[in-house]
Design a protein around this ligand. Structure first.
Ligand SMILES: Nc1ncnc2c1ncn2[C@@H]1O[C@H](COP(=O)(O)OP(=O)(O)OP(=O)(O)O)[C@@H](O)[C@H]1O
Ligand SMILES: [Mg+2]
Length: 332
């Protein structure tokens, strides 16, 4: 992978949520994100997929420092965002904006659409008038007509509200947008429109995007590279073409098998569909965290956590089924 094309590099980031009792003793620990690394390429989309609770949103929040990581680095423009503070952090963080699933959480119901979009600029010192002029531009860019600018969020449909939330994220002219289940709450037809809008905006504003979804279809439509997470860990990373043509990890294969119309044939796992609940992250399985649901599990899977190894060009997988010998054989 070409380093000069990397806009954001996340290395070995982890987060364990700890609950404490009134005496300050730790009573429970949730390993939400464990040693995750990835690179976002300029003007590309990096998709993150995995079941509910696998740590996707926590990872996004860690990158933005909405919560503090236990360790790791987030390199952006030569700085480790996790080590910065004050004005320096505020300035760089402005370049990374987030769009959430529920636009209600990011829109103020007592402000007009125009003022909702202008608000981030006002907070950053732009005058009322200039903020509103810019807000008009961004509302237009997301397809909200001028005549609707004075309406309030409650009067809009879900799809329109999400457009306003996107305008609000873009008004600060970010270089990176993190969309966390940004289209998941929308009806299928509206979802398709929202995905098209993201595509157009990405071109127009030269955005790099992290696109988070539990929906394989959405990730396939949006992403250049896909990272599959399971219980806080990365199990597979590959270009969208490679992962959809040949998923290696039994969990990735199972995700396909469990998604109607995305049934990728794989002889080792014929007939296997993902079943059973995600184990509790309070007490994750030893070794490979997927082993308790994996039909291919071996003794070693309980004893050793598999490392990510390269199985193809830029295609990595963390699974004991694929050893070094396997990789060497493929290289011949
Ligand atoms: N503030 C918190 N305190 C304690 N546990 C948390 C906290 N936030 C998240 N978790 C736990 O961390 C794990 C990962 O949660 P996260 O919200 O990141 O998953 P997700 O992949 O985004 O799921 P979803 O698809 O449902 O949005 C879950 O077990 C969740 O309960
Ligand atoms: Mg989430």
């Amino acid at each position: 992978m070409d380093d000069s094309n990397t806009i954001l590099e996340v290395s070995h980031i982890s987060k364990t949520f700890r609950s404490k009792n009134i005496f300050g003793r730790t009573t429970s620990e949730v390993s939400a994100v464990n040693d995750v690394s990835f690179r976002l390429q300029k003007q590309r989309t990096f998709g993150i997929v995995g079941e509910s609770g696998c740590g996707k949103s926590t990872l996004a929040r860690l990158v933005l420092r909405l919560i503090e990581a236990d360790g790791g680095r987030v390199m952006y423009q030569g700085h480790n965002l996790l080590a910065l503070g004050g004005e320096e952090l505020r300035k760089l963080r402005r370049d990374i904006q987030m769009v959430f699933q529920d636009p209600f959480s990011s829109l103020n119901p007592s402000m007009t659409l125009l003022d909702n979009v202008a608000f981030p600029l006002w907070v950053n010192g732009t005058s009322k008038q200039d903020g509103r002029i810019a807000a008009h531009r961004y509302l237009e860019a997301v397809g909200i007509p001028r005549s609707s600018a004075e309406r309030y969020p409650q009067s809009l449909s879900g799809g329109q509200r999400q457009r306003v939330a996107i305008a609000r994220a873009l008004v600060l002219e970010p270089k990176i947008v993190i969309a966390d289940e940004a289209v998941s709450a929308l009806d299928k037809s509206i979802q398709a429109q929202a995905l098209n809008l993201f595509h157009e905006l990405q071109q127009d504003f030269r955005l790099s995007m992290i696109f988070i979804s539990h929906d394989l279809h959405v990730v396939e439509l949006m992403s250049d590279t896909v990272m599959v997470m399971y219980l806080g860990m990365v199990v597979e990373v590959a270009s969208v073409e490679d992962v959809y043509a040949q998923p290696y990890h039994p969990y990735t294969q199972a995700l396909f098998k469990s998604t109607p119309s995305m049934d990728v044939t794989h002889k080792k796992l014929d007939g296997f569909k993902l079943s059973g609940e995600l184990p509790s992250p309070l007490n994750p399985p030893s070794g490979c965290r997927f082993r308790t649901r994996c039909p291919m599990a071996m003794e070693t899977c309980a004893e050793h956590m598999p490392e990510l190894i390269e199985v193809g060009d830029g295609h990595t997988v963390a699974c004991h089924l694929y050893g070094e010998a396997d990789v060497a054989r493929r290289a011949i």
